[in-house]
Structures are given as C-alpha cells and as structure tokens.
Design a protein around this ligand. Structure first.
Ligand SMILES: *Cc1c(COP(=O)(O)O)cnc(C)c1O
Length: 399
C-alpha cells in the first residue's frame, strides 16, 4: 500500500517580502488617485524616508541600481577617474562606476565579515596611486555597517567622496566615534559621514516596493541634481511659460511611480517591527548555530555595527567537513529550504577580468569559498529557524 502523502512544509526562500492588508489598501488608494506617477506621493515617501534615517534629503528612484547611477551622475563622477568598490558586493555597486565612464579599483574585504575594512581601502588607494579617485563606495553587507568614520577619513585624504551602498542596511546604525559625537548611534544614510547613501526596495530587501530605490544626502544641491537626472535632465525655470522646459544635460527616466511610493510609505511605517523581528530571528540562529561551531559560524559583525540583519550569512568550512557547497545547498533544497551565496567576487566576473586582468583579492575569495545565506525574513516563525538549523545539521552529517 502506498504511504499517505503528507502535506509538505512550506518552502522557505532565503528572503522574501512581507506584504500585509494595509499595504494592499495603500496601493489601492493610490490607484484611485489622479496621479499614478509624478504626483504628491513621491515627495511624501521621500520625506518619510528622510525622517526615518535622519537625513536632510531623500530622492526616490526606480531601483537601487538607478540610485547608485544617480549618485554617480549627481556627483559628476566620470571619465579619467577611478572609484574604489569592495569586490564582495552585488554587481551594481561596480557597474554604476562604469555607467559614467569611470574605472573600478576593487578593494579586498575581511574574510570573516565580508566587509571592506579601512586597511582594505588603504591598500586599494595605494594601487590607485597616480589616478584621480572620485569616490569610495563601501557596502554595508547583510546590514552590518563598515567602519565609516575611518573610511571617510581615508577617502577625504585621497580627495574622494564616500557613497554608501546601503541597499542591505535600512535601519542599521553605526556606533562610530567621530569628531563631535563620540559613541553616538547614527542611522545608516543620515548623511553625516558620506556624500550620499543608496537603498533598494527589491522584494528581498528590508522594505519592498517590487522595484524601487532611494538616495539620501545632506547636500541640497546634490539632491537637486539627482532629481534632474532622474527625469530626463529637464528643468522648468521659474517664471517660464507653463509648457516650457529646458535640458542642459540628458538624464534618464528613473522615476518611482506614486503607486509604488504608496507601498513604500506603508512598508516604511513597519520598519521598527520588521527590524525587531529580523534581530530576534538572527539571535535565535546565532544561539542554535553555536552547536555547529567551529565548522559553521555566523558572519562576524564588525565593531561599532548595530545591524538590522538583511541576510543570515554563515561561514561553513566545507573543506574541513569534506563537503561541497553544492551538496549542502541541494540537501537543504530537498527539505524545502532555500539558500543563496552573497557574493561571487565582482573582480572575478568575465567583464572585469577582461578589463583589468586577473587579480587576487584573498579576503573576498576566502569569504566566497565559505559563505551561505540561510532564510531570514520577518514572516518566519521561530520554529522555522529551528527547522533550518536541523536541516543544516543533517546536511553536514550526510551530504
Ligand atoms: C539589491 C542591491 C543593489 C541593487 O538594487 P536593485 O534595486 O536590485 O537595483 C545594489 N547593491 C546591493 C548591495 C544590493 O543588495
């Protein structure tokens, strides 16, 4: 007789959005309004976002990649210049530099945290010697925050501005010790230690609009230039005819529609709850994973970082365990558990190898060899964490 088919447990992806009834109501209301795009909900979302991260200005845009591109355009980065980008990041952090015709100098990262350290930046700046360094783009990987005060000092000494890729780090804080406010907690993106910070609202990120992005800055002129580049480079001079517009420099259509701004603002109001839930789940993971140390350890959190965890990245010593990552990923998948790798070092991508030759960045390569991101999102139950850790234990024993 055939065994009864038990309902399988729901699949746990490595990340997913949390959309609730009031989010849907907010979108419905926006759909009934006059403006589907370029309406008042854009500024409303921008203002709410600026307030949430303590920044003077926020500019909404189509996605996190557009946010990075707009930052480069607004800062006037271009040909004949270089920018420093950590190799452990998503492609877009490096690609935005190429969009404006500048070249990328890849920095190494800490193999335990995956983040660019001040020493990694100093080493990359030494390699860039003789070229004009326009910007440094630190990445707050999985929500952990780089040592921004030290990175900002090094960038300034090199004549470069800092653009934070904060796509993982909405709600995170750094407890940095900078000039005036020793030990004061600052939200990522507040604009005090960088020229600009970029955010993404892709479904796996901390708040979701499907596609969506934001740039924050303390510089009103930079905000104005980014707004111009966001919409074709058009300006409507004051006192001009009602139909009149002018374009001094071509821009893009990188606008975020009102419908998605409504969703973004509804999601943003939940940030404290989402953050608390992510922290609680990450703490439960850390506690349960301690049984698997030292072969499996959570990614290290740098000093001064107070993250809202975006990814639950662990480091697995596959060699010591005599396993491949492929086998572990497949064993988890067979039990309905998703996982992902963040990230393949960008300097090893064919495009960048072709452009800059083969480079060795041992920290980024060591991080890549061991990292795996386990499911983490606010709608997970406590016992989902237990289920993932049990499945990982079994995978490590039998894979
Ligand atoms: C998601 C992400 C981006 C790009 O954001 P999109 O909204 O997907 O364009 C850039 N950098 C990092 C680190 C990201 O995680």
């Amino acid at each position: 007789m055939a065994e009864p088919v038990l309902p399988s447990e729901p699949f746990l992806p490595y990340g997913r959005q949390t959309i609730e009834d009031d989010d849907i109501a907010a979108v419905s209301a926006a759909l009934r309004d006059d403006f589907l795009t370029t309406g008042p909900r854009v500024e409303a979302f921008e203002q709410a976002f600026a307030q949430a991260v303590g920044a003077p200005h926020a500019v909404a845009c189509a996605n996190g990649t557009a946010a990075l591109h707009l930052a480069m355009l607004g800062l006037g980065v271009g040909e004949g210049e270089v920018c420093v980008v950590p190799s452990t990041t998503f492609l877009a952090t490096a690609n935005c530099v190429r969009y404006v015709g500048a070249e990328v100098v890849f920095a190494d990262v800490d193999p335990q945290s995956g983040l660019m350290r001040p020493s990694d930046l100093a080493e990359a700046l030494a390699r860039a010697a003789g070229r004009r360094v326009a910007a440094v783009l630190p990445v707050h990987l999985r929500g952990d925050v780089v040592d921004l005060p030290a990175i900002a000092r090094l960038a300034e000494a090199a004549g470069a501005v800092v653009v934070e890729d904060a796509c993982h780090a909405l709600g995170s804080e750094h407890l940095g010790s900078v000039q005036s406010g020793e030990g004061r907690a600052r939200p990522v993106g507040c604009g005090e230690l960088s020229a600009a910070a970029t955010f993404s609202f892709h479904p796996v990120k901390t708040i979701a609009t499907g596609e969506g992005g934001m740039i924050t800055t303390a510089d009103p002129e930079l905000a104005e230039r980014m707004r111009r580049f966001r919409s074709h480079g058009m300006v409507r001079p004051e006192g001009g005819e009602p139909w009149w517009y002018e374009m001094a420099e071509p821009g893009f259509n990188y606008r975020l529609p009102d419908v998605l701004c409504a969703l973004g603002q509804s999601q943003l109001a939940k940030l404290p709850r989402f953050a608390a839930r992510r922290r609680a789940l990450a703490a439960r993971y850390a506690e349960q994973l301690s049984a698997l140390a030292p072969q499996v350890v959570p990614a290290a959190s740098p000093q001064g970082s107070r993250p809202v965890p975006h990814l639950m990245s662990v480091l697995i010593d596959f060699d010591a365990l005599g396993l491949t990552r492929h086998a572990v990923v497949e064993a988890l998948k067979a039990k309905g558990i998703g996982s992902q790798v963040h990230y393949i070092p960008v300097h090893s991508q064919p495009y960048y190898r072709e452009r800059y030759g083969d480079q060795r960045l041992p920290g980024a390569e060591a991080w890549y060899a061991r990292t795996l991101s386990l499911p983490l999102y606010p709608a997970m139950a406590d016992n989902d964490v237990d289920r993932v850790v049990d499945a990982l234990k079994a995978a490590l024993q039998t894979a």
